[in-house]
Write a protein that binds this ligand. Sequence first.
Ligand SMILES: NC(=O)C1=CN([C@@H]2O[C@H](COP(=O)(O)OP(=O)(O)OC[C@H]3O[C@@H](n4cnc5c(N)ncnc54)[C@H](OP(=O)(O)O)[C@@H]3O)[C@@H](O)[C@H]2O)C=CC1
Ligand SMILES: O=C(CO)COP(=O)(O)O
Length: 334
Amino acid sequence: MGNKVAVLGAGSWGTAFSIVLADAGNDVSVWARREEIAASINERHENVDYLPGIELPRTITATHDPERALAGADVVVLAVPSQSLRENLPTFLPFVDKDAVFVSLMKGVELGTLKRMSEVVAEVGDIGAHRIAVVSGPNLAREIARREPAASVVACADENVANMLQERVHSPAFRPYTSVDVLGCEFGGAYKNVVALCVGMAVGLGFGDNTTASLITRGLAETARLAMNQGANPLTLMGLAGLGDLVATCSSPLSRNRTFGEKLGQGLTVEQIYASTRQVAEGAKSCSSLRALAARTGVEAPIVDAVDEVVQGALTTEQLMEAFISRDTKAELS
Ligand SMILES: NC(=O)C1=CN([C@@H]2O[C@H](COP(=O)(O)OP(=O)(O)OC[C@H]3O[C@@H](n4cnc5c(N)ncnc54)[C@H](OP(=O)(O)O)[C@@H]3O)[C@@H](O)[C@H]2O)C=CC1
Ligand SMILES: O=C(CO)COP(=O)(O)O
């Protein structure tokens, strides 16, 4: 095995992370669902749909053929939407080397099964935890693609694998830290998208920084409550994959989740927002799965509950804010 990485998914983050991988010295082969995206990457060295105006390194090539993308790759990066991973995996798995390590970039929880992405990979591919890693942190795709400095977490149950991947993804602008808390990183990544939807709603309604800071802070408390109930290390939620990503996503106009929430706050419907973009806002789906998981485990999750109600059309954004403020009062650290 050499230094070839297959990146499965040519959206914003799959493409931006390919730049990190190329800058770190890997040969990168991207699988694109649409042939025209593969052609744009190969011929123009640009992903015209997802990262227009960003020149891609020549060591990134793309193909529509999963077998070609995966041939000779010892690291397989998964960058498709969370809700399509289960249906995508059977297309990829026959061509994955038996020792290759999977790296999930995805930040969602599967509807129905309520599984995290690493759990879906383990189940569908019958793959051990030592071969499944996660990269998660404050990593807005366009900023990473512009090589603005950022840090992130590479988590794997096997510390040696996390160390190996840390080297493979360490580029001049991208600083990865290792962790063995895959679960904590995945909950941090999925939950912050829902909190960002909520913050976006507040912004869309015209509220300022006190409101958004209150939602971010209570969102972090809620994230930690559910993640710890599931076995996460609480310190992971205080780190890059928790607080770091929460702050970046909730603060940035580049975030699709925050933007989705903002449009809801401005009065657009969920259907109108879906019709206006092809990019994924994971929180609009994961609010339902995280809500179901919290209910199943008896964990209080008022932000996730209320965001899901808004997305289902059962609550307006004004009612969400009213519900947030008028809930029964309690001790902060309860
Ligand atoms: N963008 C970001 O800043 C970051 C994103 N992430 C996470 O990375 C994951 C991927 O997101 P991102 O790249 O941003 O998403 P985008 O919306 O930018 O791109 C989605 C990609 O998935 C493809 N796709 C859509 N539907 C399917 C399907 N049913 N089967 C296979 N492929 C499909 C799209 O192909 P097509 O063009 O043909 O529709 C496109 O290549 C998400 O979980 C996200 O939360 C994590 C960190 C940062
Ligand atoms: O995960 C992200 C930043 O770390 C990207 O957030 P959005 O999916 O909301 O754009």
